[in-house]
Design a protein around this ligand. Structure first.
Ligand code: SAM
Ligand code: DTB
Ligand code: SF4
Length: 336
């Protein structure tokens, strides 16, 4: 299997520590977020260039392998059974069908295949099938990532033993604002899952969402939590809220796109070695704002015409954007 040249094998030590004990305090990150934009981007670019080729962008493709009917009440999510966003509930997809999607993603140039399930947590009886999916996707030469909800330590170990490279589990927002978005699982539940993922030896993909109605201080507090994870996440998805009709956040106030750029830059500065991924909402951000995000240190995208259930930026539009900006896909796979 090909391996990333940037990250050494995932460390087994894992202590999600309180943000208060990290060098990246909320106050310090708030200060970063308030810098004049040219100053913030300059700092982010310097950090980015110490660890990465600034013209290289990692491509991850997403597939919903179990859609809809989720018992959780995340206020942004079209897959929650608590809201009617017109998403039908489906069963876990057959392995063969998953592999067809993975093959197409690989052929289009993706290096990582991320599979999402609208579960509170996986059931033990699903783990054999998930393991065979992981094995099949890896045999295609792709890195694997799954996001299946909360994990118990033995479930995390089973996925790690099956060869899962990354587990995505987001903190989503600050500890203070979290309770106004989600009531069915706690912040600590999320930290416990991240700990289980680390203890099992997998790489951590953990980020959040901009645009939930949070303040700049909440964005700083989210980044402080992420930066305080020890070790820091290898992959940090920054989502811009996709406001889906039928969800409680359908009418969330629009955020100034430069605030999104600032969050990306601050993520880059306080997590220098992470793949900072432009995730949901790229289409709505448009080419100019995305270009600023790449200048702010973003170096990964979700690539492919759909996210989980909503639309993503078109593959053809991404090809053209990369061409216009002089970016290329890497470190695995080739530019489409
Ligand atoms: N059910 C699993 C879980 O939540 O743990 C995995 C899938 S869930 C869809 C993964 C992440 O997608 C969420 O934590 C959230 O950050 C992001 N997300 C979901 N809906 C979104 C939306 N409408 N806009 C932006 N990000 C969204
Ligand atoms: C992440 O941080 N964003 C992705 C992935 N991890 C699983 C999901 C975005 C979902 C956007 C709305 C949807 O299509 O369901
Ligand atoms: Fe369920 Fe995940 Fe959506 Fe929350 S974000 S409702 S856990 S699918």
């Amino acid at each position: 299997m090909q391996t990333s040249t940037i990250h050494p094998p995932a460390p087994r030590r894992a202590q999600p520590t309180a943000a208060a004990t990290s060098a990246w305090t909320v106050q310090r990150i708030e200060h970063l977020l308030a810098l004049p934009l040219p100053e913030l981007l300059w700092q982010a670019q310097q950090v980015h260039r110490q660890h990465f080729d600034p013209t290289e962008v990692q491509l991850s493709s997403l597939l919903s392998i179990k859609t809809g009917g989720c018992p959780e009440d995340c206020g942004y999510c079209p897959q929650s059974a608590h809201y009617d966003a017109g998403v039908d509930a489906d069963k876990l997809m057959d392995a063969e069908q998953v592999l067809e999607h993975a093959r197409a993603a690989r052929d289009a140039g993706a290096s990582r295949f991320c599979m999402g399930a609208a579960w509170r947590e996986p059931k033990d009886r699903d783990l054999d099938k998930l393991a065979s999916i992981i094995d099949g996707v890896k045999q295609l030469g792709l890195q694997t990532c799954m996001t299946l909800g909360m994990l118990k330590p033995q479930q995390a170990q089973r996925l790690a033993d099956a060869g899962l490279d990354y587990y995505n589990h987001n903190l989503d927002t600050s500890p203070q604002f979290y309770g106004s978005i989600i009531s069915t699982r706690t912040y600590q539940d999320r930290l416990d899952t991240l700990q289980a993922v680390r203890d099992a030896g997998m790489r951590v993909c953990c980020g959040g969402i901009v645009g939930l109605g949070e303040s700049r201080r909440d964005r700083a507090a989210l980044l402080a939590q992420l930066a305080a994870l020890d070790p820091q996440p290898e992959s940090v998805p920054i989502n811009s809220l996709v406001r889906v009709a039928g969800t409680p956040l359908e009418h969330a106030p629009e955020v100034d796109p430069f605030e999104f750029v600032r969050s990306v830059a601050a993520a880059r500065i306080c997590m220098p070695r992470a793949w900072v991924r432009l995730s949901a909402g790229r289409k709505e951000l448009g080419d100019g704002v995305q270009a600023l995000c790449f200048l702010a240190g973003a170096n990964s995208i979700f690539y492919g015409d759909t996210l989980l259930v909503t639309g993503n930026a078109d593959v053809e539009a991404d090809r053209q954007l990369f061409e216009r900006l002089g970016l290329h896909a890497g470190p695995l796979g080739t530019h489409p």
